[in-house]
Design a protein around this ligand. Structure first.
Ligand SMILES: Nc1nc2c(ncn2[C@@H]2O[C@@H]3COP(=O)(O)O[C@H]4[C@@H](O)[C@H](n5cnc6c(=O)[nH]c(N)nc65)O[C@@H]4COP(=O)(O)O[C@H]3[C@H]2O)c(=O)[nH]1
Length: 805
């Protein structure tokens, strides 16, 4: 409780309401008191007057007969005594007795100016007859009554005023205690109220009881505190929003991607630092411009106009545009960027602007082009490789079908290449291949294709022929260009070639069969004597007899239990500790011996036998992996190769899930290795199967990366966990700087896509140092262990020092 002095001070200074209240209470109560007192005084006055009247009536009733008797008896003395008796009565000051007929007796005095009241009555003798003897007029002085009234007025006014004053003070003090001081606190609170002290609630100096909480002050306090809390919340939200906005704007400003924000009319409103870095345009200088108008002359550029038109349409229809764009920097230099364009929508879903995110992918593009070259061209000769040659062959066949022409397919093999390679060395062999490629190419027209299929095998495709003769002429020309000697290691060497020819559509209308026929014809040519050509004839298919035999053996191999799995460890590159194991298939045939997968898997694929074989591999691999837990005391993951044919089989996912449930292997311990070629078909089914497997928790890896069309951008679209760099790159990292830079780029890019990397074919320690330095996650190769049969691999697991158990 504040001290009395403080309360008084507050009362005087800070409580005008109390003062005004006091004044009004005094005024009203005074008026009221005055009216009440007036009524009271008036009624007392009336009472006094009626007392006097009564007294005079009492005189009449008490003295009239005795006075009449005294008059009748003419007893003057008695009359006087009686009149003196009347005069002694209070307030009676004057008596006038008129005696009949005409005498008068007066007693007492009346002060001049005095207020009086008189009462007259007749004095009558009551005998047989009634005689009026006289009349007495009694006069009373009202002076005492008036004095009394004045005194009363004084007393009443004084007491009423004091009473009113003190009651008012009391009321005020009570009011002040219960109301106004709290109002003052509220006023002080409201005066001090600011956004900086929102956490201090308003607390009134009174007990916190339910009744206090529910009265008006309690409710106002609660309302103020609720308002404070709301403000507090709003402020906090505002601060949070501001912090978020600040964070986002910083993130956008410092984003590693370039960011452009455009308004609804595609006018640039904002560009971040990265955009300036990437394009050379200062943000301020491009505000208001269309993003497609940047770059000299771009406004006029039809290509750019079309591009932005289709971007605009797709964003409107689909809600996003994504693609790779060849953009121009301010200095005119071109670069590749990956753009994502999305609308910025308001709460009602209306586009209020557009967000354009850009990422410089020039390096990736360069490597993709390099990889593309690598995948499609033979590095040594610069000629298309097998893959590109097959593509071209398919194109040529399609064109020939449309134009009704023939296509010549030639298979070439250098007759004594192996001997030259062995005797003169690999460099001489390489030089020979380069020169042979040049000579073959020199015999062909622009539309023809010459490709190196591998080793010393070349393929020539002659599209748009009118007859088979044209292909014989080309074959003759080629044989002739081979006549001059080759200079290898300073020596003249004579090299010949054998050519097999198959013609579309007479020999086959299918590219694969055409190649087989050309191959068969080439063997025929070789048998005929070298340096010749042969056109395919059906008898030559004998060659495929071997294939048929293999196929029928393979059909029985599963029943006869001829398949076996070998296991090769995959280790952590930095520690050499075991990470997981790859299962590799072997076929132990009594006649053919151990057949390696490269020999029989393509045939298994072609014949569809890969599906039951693949199922057996999955079952066996999962079961074996579970059995290792007893040896190592921990889960060991297993990688299983899946061929495209197997993958596209409708029952594939069921087969995988069954293998997991039969063996009890956890899904995340199984990794499926899928070749890069499979992703290239880019079909919806492929994507869906991959996603199904991913959802089931199975790990997915891209195998033989670098041998197909290594488009890293495709990898983004699929849920891969791991990328396996093909051994052909890894094996030469210490010899070929180009391979080293390619491996480095693949590792970096895979990491940037969130993929882990396995290097295959690690054979030397130096390679492990290189891979460690480049941050390659895992390694696999003969350096760690060759693929081993199950029992040998178990011993490896038990004895290998590097295994962390
Ligand atoms: N030069 C060299 N080679 C190394 C080294 N380390 C491992 N390798 C070999 O590299 C191949 C790695 O397997 P891949 O790339 O998946 O290539 C495999 C895979 O694509 C396929 N394959 C193997 N088993 C299966 C299977 O069960 N199903 C299917 N569909 N394909 C399989 O056959 C291919 C060849 O298998 P393998 O002959 O066992 O050959 C294996 C392995 O023995 C090394 O340091 N140097």
């Amino acid at each position: 409780m504040p001290k009395l002095s403080t309360r008084l001070q507050r009362f005087r200074k800070g409580s005008p309401l109390s003062f005004r209240l006091l004044a009004w209470i005094i005024l009203f109560s005074s008026v009221f008191t005055l009216i009440a007192s007036g009524i009271q005084i008036y009624s007392d006055y009336r009472k006094d007057l009626s007392q006097i009247d009564n007294r005079m009536k009492v005189v009449e009733s008490g003295y009239a007969s005795s006075l009449a008797r005294s008059l009748w008896a003419l007893d003057q003395k008695l009359l006087q005594t009686q009149m003196e008796g009347i005069l002694s009565l209070p307030d009676i000051v004057h008596l006038r007795l008129k005696i009949e007929p005409d005498s008068e007796l007066v007693m007492g005095d009346i002060d001049r100016g005095a207020q009086t009241r008189s009462h007259s009555f007749s004095l009558v003798h009551q005998g047989d007859e009634m005689f009026k003897l006289g009349e007495l007029t009694v006069t009373a002085d009202l002076g005492r009554v008036y004095e009394e009234m004045e005194r009363k007025v004084g007393i009443i006014l004084a007491t009423q005023f004091l009473k009113t004053f003190f009651v008012s003070i009391l009321i005020i003090l009570i009011f002040q205690h219960f109301v106004t001081r709290h109002l003052s606190s509220m006023a002080d609170y409201a005066r001090d109220f600011s956004l900086t002290n929102l956490s201090r609630p308003l607390v009134l100096d009174r007990p916190d009881t339910p009744s206090n909480r529910n009265d008006e002050l309690g409710r106002v306090t609660e309302a103020i505190n609720q308002m404070r809390e709301r403000l507090n919340d709003d402020l906090e939200r505002q601060e949070r929003d501001a912090a978020e906005i600040h964070k986002f704007s910083k993130a956008i400003e410092q984003s590693p991607s370039s960011v452009l924000i455009c308004d609804r009319q595609w006018r640039i409103e904002f560009a971040n630092q990265k955009f300036t870095q990437l394009t050379g345009y200062d943000a301020k200088s491009i505000l208001g411009n269309h993003p497609g108008s940047l770059g000299e002359g771009n406004v006029e550029n039809r290509e750019s106009r079309h591009l932005w038109q289709s971007i605009r349409l797709q964003v409107q229809r689909v809600g996003v545009w994504q693609g790779e764009v060849n953009s121009v920097r301010k200095n005119g230099e071109r670069f590749w960027e990956q753009l994502i364009v999305t609308p910025i929508k308001d709460a009602s879903g209306q586009a209020t602007g557009y967000l354009i995110l850009g990422e410089d992918i020039s390096i990736r593009k360069r490597y993709e082009q390099q990889l593309l070259r690598q995948a499609n061209y033979d590095i040594l000769t610069g000629l298309p490789n097998r893959m590109l040659a097959l593509d071209r062959l398919k194109l040529a066949l399609a064109q020939a079908r449309r134009e009704n022409t023939l296509v010549g397919v030639m298979f070439l093999d250098l007759d004594n290449f192996k001997h030259i390679n062995d005797t003169l060395g690999h460099d001489a062999g390489d030089n020979l291949l380069v020169e042979a490629a040049r000579r073959i190419s020199s015999c062909l027209r622009g539309t023809s294709t010459v490709a190196r299929l591998g080793g010393d095998e070349f393929l020539v495709i002659l599209p748009g022929l009118n007859g088979a003769d044209a292909s014989y002429q080309v074959a003759d020309r080629i044989l002739k260009t081979f006549s001059p000697p080759y200079i290898l290691n300073g020596q003249e060497v004579f090299v010949t070639t054998s050519i097999g020819i198959a013609i579309f559509p007479t020999d086959s209308d299918n590219s694969g069969t055409l190649l087989q026929h050309a191959d068969a014809a080439m063997y025929q040519a070789k048998h005929k004597g070298k340096s010749s050509y042969a056109h395919f004839a059906p008898e030559m298919t004998e060659v495929s007899h071997e294939r048929l035999q293999m196929e029928s053996r393979m059909r029985r191999a599963l029943e006869l239990n001829e398949f076996e799995l070998n296991f090769q460890p995959i280790v952590h590159t930095d520690s050499g500790n075991l990470c997981s194991v790859e299962a590799l298939l072997r076929w132990n045939n009594p006649t053919m011996g151990t057949v390696m997968p490269d020999r029989f898997i393509p045939l298994a694929e072609e014949t569809g036998l890969i599906i039951p074989i693949g199922e057996w591999v999955l079952e066996e691999a999962c079961k074996t992996a579970v059995s290792w837990k007893e040896i190592t005391g921990r889960d060991v993951g297993i990688s299983v190769n899946v061929s495209p044919r197997q993958f596209r089989d409708p029952g594939f996912t069921d087969i995988v899930m069954r293998a997991l449930s039969n063996s009890g292997l956890a899904a995340n311990q199984l990794e499926l290795e899928i070749t890069e070629r499979l992703i290239l078909d880019n079909s919806i089914e492929t994507a869906e199967i991959l996603r199904q497997l991913d959802r089931a928790g199975i790990r997915l890896s891209v195998d033989d990366f670098g041998t197909g069309y290594s488009a890293l951008s495709y990898l983004k679209s699929y849920p891969f966990d791991t990328l396996k760099i093909d051994k052909s790159f890894v094996q030469d990292v210490m010899k070929e700087p180009e391979d080293a830079s390619l491996v480095r780029a693949i590792i970096n890019m895979a990491h940037s896509l969130g993929l882990r990397v396995i290097a295959e074919g690690v054979e030397e320690e130096a390679q492990t140092h290189f891979l460690k330095q480049e941050g390659c996650d895992f390694s696999q190769g003969y350096f760690y262990s060759r693929p081993l049969p199950a029992r040998d691999f178990e011993s490896w697991l038990k004895t290998n020092q590097r295994v962390q158990i």
